[in-house]
Ligand binder design. Structure first.
Ligand code: NAD
Length: 499
């Protein structure tokens, strides 16, 4: 059985801590490999390699760094099928969705290919007599990213694509549930021409994360995962003087106005609610029909569609979605469904007892649909992260708007309507970071930035796009004077001002 080590200084090395985790195949329930859990000393070794690599990498001109990104993009495209198969085997999402995971990451690499333009500074000629001011964006040094299981290609690329293009050296601590793709991406980055130590992967659990948060030579930490851990990473990292962006969990609402095209809405809710078994931070998990008539009509359309969802192995081209990631996660989702019933929500479709014939040990779940979910229910307040859609009925526009606005999470939200004025007012007033208007999963493209509000993100700077460049660089401003003819000035004891 394969044991994943760490990718240090350009090569995969075996772990030395003696601690390991098991990597499951969610389609069959079998252990398919083991993964080393790093010690603090192993993380330290990665930091030393990265510090050494930083001297060379940060001095390389931006066009040459961009060329490495172009090469990397071509290599990932060439290896797309292999990466998607690897991803599906550990995560459980269907192959087409795994390709999408890789592709959304690649779009950030495409953005990072523009780094010579993105990292340009500013210049003011003649800010005073013989004085020019210029600013430059310099890389931070060694930076790290701690990534979740649900997008093992896209999220590491969100982070290291921008970080490395800016001239930093990046250490990825991927999810212990699906480490293969991040390891392979690091190999491809070396093949693309990045020097050893520019991108490293250190596998592990809390010990590796704490080693990142406490290491004095790691300047910045990006995190994506659940909110409790995001808050912990943010608090401990910033207490240690680091720059931290930490994205957390979500509960994304879709508001359905009475004038919406319900056939289209049903299609959108089915895809965005159950795609990837609901294990997306931008999945729609709550549908909010406005008015009883809309709600009844929506339920009539949704229920048969949820009942006929096709759950299958990740390589089944006909499957809508595959298994959830682990047995423990399936139990957690089932427990939420039990709780929803106990809290008094109406379970219209029950996916708890679904079994896939021939794969009885895999972690499959049928789609579940709840109606009459209300804000005081724990199952409404929490993120479930499974193939479960909840319907929370609203009387009118204002009470619909209040639901996502008052929720603890504020990642994404969508409104379906033909009324431009209602959509505009909704987008303006809702307290959520990413808004879709007739778009169910409003994940901004790579050249915009991604980030939620409230408990969906800790820190002020979003992922990728121009904010990503700002996160991974710091500004230095130079004020330079070249006086004519060697004129000397007397000492001045007042603050210089521009007259
Ligand atoms: P998770 O929080 O369990 O793990 C994320 C990372 O933190 C992993 O690398 C893991 O090893 C590490 N970790 C886990 N427990 C830790 C601990 N006690 N101390 C230190 N580190 C620890 O999240 P997950 O289950 O891998 O991913 C799913 C979650 O991520 C969901 O909540 C989802 O909404 C969220 N997510 C958010 C976004 C976003 O951009 N907002 C994107 C994707 C996923």
């Amino acid at each position: 059985m394969k044991t994943h080590g760490h990718f240090l200084n350009g090569v995969e090395v075996a772990g030395t801590s003696g601690r390991f985790g098991e990597v499951f195949n969610p389609a069959t329930g079998e252990v398919q490999s083991k993964v080393a859990f790093a010690s603090k000393a192993e993380m330290r070794l990665a930091v030393e390699h990265a510090k050494k690599a930083f001297r060379e990498w940060s001095a390389i001109n931006p066009q040459r760094r961009a060329r490495v990104m172009f090469n990397f993009k071509a290599l990932v495209e060439k290896n797309m099928d292999e990466l998607a198969a690897m991803l599906s085997a550990e995560h459980g999402k269907v192959l087409a969705d795994s390709r999408g995971d890789v592709q959304r990451g690649l779009e950030v690499i495409e953005f990072a290919c523009g780094i010579p333009h993105l990292q340009k500074g500013e210049y003011t000629e003649g800010a005073g007599p013989g004085i020019d001011i210029y600013s430059m964006r310099q890389p931070l040094g060694v930076v790290a990213g701690i990534t979740p299981f649900n997008f093992p290609a896209m999220i590491p690329m969100w982070m290291f694509g921008v970080a490395i293009a800016c001239g930093n050296c990046f250490i990825n601590k991927p999810s212990e549930k699906d480490p293969s793709v991040p390891m392979r991406l690091a190999e491809l980055m070396m093949e693309a021409g990045a020097p050893a130590g520019v991108l490293q992967v250190v596998n592990g659990d809390k010990e590796a994360v704490d080693a990142i948060l406490d290491d004095p030579d790691i300047q910045a930490v990006s995190f994506v995962g659940s909110s409790a851990i995001a808050q912990y990473v943010y608090s401990r990292g910033t207490a240690n003087g680091k720059r931290v962006q930490a994205m957390g969990g979500a509960k994304n609402h879709a508001i359905i106005m009475p004038d919406a095209d319900l056939d289209q809405v049903t299609n959108e809710l089915i895809g965005a609610g159950y795609g990837s078994a609901g294990e997306r931070c931008m999945a729609i998990s709550v549908a909010v029909p406005v008015g009883q008539k809309t709600a009844d009509a929506l339920v009539a359309k949704l229920k048969p569609r949820v009942e006929s969802l096709r759950v299958g192995i990740p390589t089944d081209p006909e499957a809508d979605y595959g298994p959830v990631v682990t047995a423990a996660h399936r139990e957690k989702v089932k427990a939420y469904i039990d709780q929803g019933v106990a809290e008094g929500a109406k379970l219209l479709v029950d996916g708890r007892n679904f079994k896939l014939q021939g794969y009885e040990n895999g972690y499959y779940m049928g789609g579940s649909l709840f109606d009459h979910v209300t804000p005081e229910m724990k199952t409404y307040q929490d993120e479930i992260f499974g193939p479960v859609l909840q319907i929370a009925r609203a009387e009118d526009f204002d009470s619909a708007l209040a639901l996502p606005t008052n929720h603890q999470y504020g990642n994404g939200v969508a409104i379906f309507t033909r009324d431009g004025d209602a959509a505009r007012e909704f987008a303006s007033r809702v307290q959520v970071g990413m808004v879709g208007i007739n778009v169910p999963i409003p994940v901004p493209l790579a050249y915009h930035t991604f980030g939620g509000w409230k408990r969906s993100a800790f820190g002020d700077v979003n992922q990728h796009g121009p904010e990503g460049v700002r996160f991974y660089t710091r500004v230095k401003t130079v004020t330079a004077r070249w006086p004519k003819g060697g004129v000397r000035e007397n000492a001045s004891f007042v603050i210089p001002t521009m007259k």
